[in-house]
Each structure stands twice: as structure tokens, then as C-alpha cells.
Design a protein around this ligand. Structure first.
Ligand SMILES: Nc1ncnc2c1ncn2[C@@H]1O[C@H](COP(=O)(O)OS(=O)(=O)O)[C@@H](OP(=O)(O)O)[C@H]1O
Length: 276
């Protein structure tokens, strides 16, 4: 069953890679290897854009399908021995059990985390669920009735929790040092992907290969698209959807709601972001 981005639950990586060396080989000299790099989220942060842009690099082999554990290794792409394998699972970041499991699999793994303005992420999350429901001909509540309960921000709305970045980051920092986690600014990746991708390249110690000419702004799509060996492609229509209108007073409440959690996150990672 094909699964749309962002709909998968959090599959867990295997408990241990000690039984073998974590590779399966193919006659053409390529291997299926456990990932060297993981994009752990956040859901709706821009994980698809990130993995597609990273795939522009010849030293990176990206897993196309992020589901399917426990046959985790079989999901990995065949990669040349000198290639780095990257996988993305947006739900990892907010799942409390995952950091330990990934650490058991590979304590030296490089983690990429792409975040965007927490309020914007909530609207994107709502939009994703809205379209899923629409497809299944199910009803869905208007955004404002999900966001607000008795005149206050509805703390029971799960999407809010996923935007409390410091809560989830604390779990990861129990297992991985900050140096193992590179945070990609998802708002910047939308605005101007090239500088963000250069930073990713540097973090991964890849030889500089990704170029400004790999990106062009597509006015119809309203987003940057990719140019790879002369071939141009944009992300799927489900990426870059319009978000619902929310009354300014409610939006303001949401921004306020995230103010303290954002501050805690900035302190945790020693860096600030331009979130409202
Ligand atoms: N270049 C480019 N083209 C299209 N879309 C882009 C791009 N860069 C980042 N984005 C943003 O990526 C958002 C989707 O995030 P994810 O891929 O992480 O979603 S998912 O969790 O895997 O479903 C998606 O969210 P929405 O705008 O809400 O659709 C986009 O804003």
C-alpha cells in the first residue's frame, strides 16, 4: 500500500545491528546499508524537500520509501560503498522511544532535523489531515474549532504538541550530542534553499557539489524546484498546499502560546530562529 508522506506512524529501527555488519550486497557492486544519515523530522517541516535536495549530491543515496520496519535494511537503497545512505521518517522526532533505538543501531549516525515556525507547522499539519479526510470522504472540523476550546488554545490538539520542539529535543539530547544533530531552518529552505543546503553539505563533510543552478524558483508552484543534470522537477502537489485562513486573534494566541516553548528550544540548542 503506498503511503503518503507524513501519514506513517513511527516505525522503529532494528534494536541491534550487532548480528551482522548491517549490509546486503548486490552483484553490481552496490550494497544495501543501514543509514549513515537520518532525517528525523519534524512532520511537515520540509523533510521531503530536504531529502530530494540532498539527493542532488552524488555521494548520497536516498531511501525512497520510509516505511516497512522490521524489514528496515531491505528498505535501504542499493548504494555504492563510498555513498552515504539517507532515510527520512518525519515521525521520529516526536516519538520518545526512537532516540534510544537509533542510538543502539548506530551511535555515530548523523541526524538532520528540519524545523519551521511552530505555528505554521501546526497549520500545515492540520492541512495534511484535512486532505486525508477529504480523500476518504470523511468530515473534518474547521481549523478554528480544533485550535480553540472554550475561548482558549485547545491543549488537547495533538498537532500543538508536535510543535513543542524543546520537549522532543530533550529526548534526543539524552542519547546524542548536539554536534550529531544538524538543524535545518525549514523556513529558510523554502525562501532560499541553496545556502541551507551548503550548510548541510558541510555538516555531512561532503565535498561541495550542490550548486545554485540546481535550484530555480517556479512561479506557478510558488516554491523552488530542482534542476538535476538538466532535468527539472518540482515536489509533488501535496507539498506546498495553501493553509486555511485563521482569524488574526486566534493566530496571535497561537504565536503567544509558542513563545515560551520556543525560547526553551533556543536555549537548548544555543541558536535562535526567526519564528513569530
Ligand atoms: N521546494 C519546496 N517545494 C514544496 N514544498 C516545500 C519546499 N520546501 C519546503 N517545502 C515545505 O515542505 C512541507 C512539507 O513537509 P514534509 O515533506 O516534511 O511533510 S511530511 O511530514 O513528510 O508529510 C510543505 O508544507 P505545506 O506548505 O504545508 O504543504 C512545504 O511548505
Amino acid at each position: 500500500r503506498p503511503v503518503a508522506d507524513g501519514d506513517e506512524g513511527p516505525p522503529l529501527p532494528p534494536t541491534s545491528s550487532s548480528a551482522d555488519n548491517g549490509t546486503t550486497s548486490h552483484p553490481n557492486g552496490t550494497l544495501q546499508q543501514l543509514p549513515h544519515i537520518l532525517i528525523i523530522g519534524v512532520r511537515k517541516g520540509g523533510t521531503r524537500a530536504l531529502i530530494e535536495m540532498l539527493s542532488l549530491h552524488s555521494s548520497v543515496a536516498a531511501a525512497q520509501n520510509e516505511r516497512g520496519l522490521p524489514w528496515y535494511l531491505s528498505q535501504m537503497p542499493y548504494a555504492f560503498p563510498d555513498q552515504l545512505t539517507v532515510e527520512k521518517t518525519p515521525a521520529y522526532f516526536t516519538s520518545s522511544k526512537v532516540p534510544k533505538r537509533i542510538h543502539q543501531m548506530n551511535p555515530d549516525i548523523k541526524l538532520l532535523l528540519i524545523l519551521r515556525d511552530p505555528t505554521e507547522r501546526v497549520l500545515s499539519d492540520y492541512t495534511q489531515v484535512f486532505y486525508n479526510r477529504l480523500q476518504k470522504h470523511k468530515r473534518y472540523q474547521p481549523i478554528e474549532s480544533v485550535l480553540v476550546k472554550d475561548g482558549e488554545i485547545n491543549l488537547g490538539y495533538k498537532a500543538l504538541n508536535r510543535s513543542l520542539y524543546y520537549v522532543h529535543m530533550q529526548n534526543w539530547l539524552q542519547y546524542f550530542p548536539l554536534e550529531s544533530i544538524h538543524i535545518v531552518d525549514g523556513d529558510e529552505l523554502i525562501r532560499d534553499p541553496f545556502p541551507e543546503m551548503k550548510k548541510v553539505e558541510r555538516f555531512l563533510k561532503l565535498e561541495p557539489q550542490i550548486n545554485a543552478s540546481n535550484f530555480y524558483f517556479n512561479k506557478t508552484k510558488g516554491f523552488y524546484c530542482l534542476r538535476d543534470h538538466g532535468r527539472e522537477r518540482c515536489l509533488h502537489d501535496s507539498k506546498g498546499r495553501a493553509h486555511p485562513h485563521v482569524a488574526p486573534a486566534i493566530l496571535q494566541k497561537l504565536y503567544q502560546f509558542f513563545h515560551e516553548p520556543n525560547k526553551k528550544f533556543f536555549e537548548l540548542v544555543g541558536r535562535t530562529f526567526n519564528w513569530k
